[in-house]
Design a protein around this ligand. Structure first.
Ligand SMILES: N[C@@H](CCC(=O)N[C@@H](CS)C(=O)NCC(=O)O)C(=O)O
Length: 201
């Protein structure tokens, strides 16, 4: 498998998942502005959606969309416990969490990276994200991971999106449970390895 990624972008989530799963993979960095890979390939031709993450499978086909890719990775290493078995209620709850992260957190927070975003709109998005952060902190409760006692691919995704709070200057102080969560996930050996591989630490 080959993961097309951009340092610190949402592709960090499948990158963490691949390392947590212990699967063999290679990486290819993408310049998202130029739509060129580090080897000079035209990324828009590889993924017509033009965005990362994109996962090239061993049969040459391409899988996109972080939330789906995360589950594909987990299912390649069932013993890792990165996702409950397909068809179980626990799996539907994992999908529910992943969908929430994708639609309520990822896309709202991601849009704030656009320097052209007007200030008034930014404030509206900050307010919305604050409400979602409140929900997710309550859902986490005293659990170490978002699905409970077990680290899953949803944690790789949630950690990635919450870690954007630093570059986006979103103060997590009002959500101490989320601050502690980011620290907890960020100190996992495989997460540190991933952050180092992307040159983020
Ligand atoms: N729906 C996609 C969205 C992926 C996405 O937003 N990727 C961003 C980085 S976090 C990107 O590559 N943006 C560049 C672009 O859209 O041109 C997913 O969930 O995987």
């Amino acid at each position: 498998m080959k993961l097309y990624y951009s340092p610190g972008a949402c592709s960090l989530a499948p990158h963490i998942a691949l390392r947590e799963a212990g699967l063999p993979f290679t990486l290819e960095k993408v310049d998202l502005r130029a739509k060129k890979t580090e080897h000079g390939a035209d990324f828009a031709a590889i993924n017509p959606k033009g965005y990362v993450p994109a996962l090239e499978l061993d049969d040459g086909s391409l899988l996109t969309e972080a939330g789906v890719m995360l589950q594909y990775i987990a299912d390649q290493a069932p013993a890792s416990g990165l996702a409950p078995a397909f068809g179980t209620m626990a799996r539907y709850h994992l999908m529910e969490t992943i969908h929430f992260i994708a639609t309520e957190l990822h896309k709202s927070a991601g849009a704030l990276f656009n320097p052209a975003a007007p200030q008034e709109w930014r404030q509206v998005v900050h307010g919305l994200l604050g409400r979602r952060f409140g929900f997710i902190e309550g859902r986490l409760g005293d659990n170490p991971y978002i699905e409970g006692a077990q680290f899953t691919v949803a944690d790789a995704y949630l950690f990635t999106v919450l870690s954007w709070s630093r570059p986006l200057k979103i103060d997590l102080t009002p959500w101490p449970g989320l601050s502690a969560y980011v620290t907890r996930i960020g100190s996992r050996p495989k997460v540190i390895e991933t952050l180092q591989a992307e040159g983020l630490i």
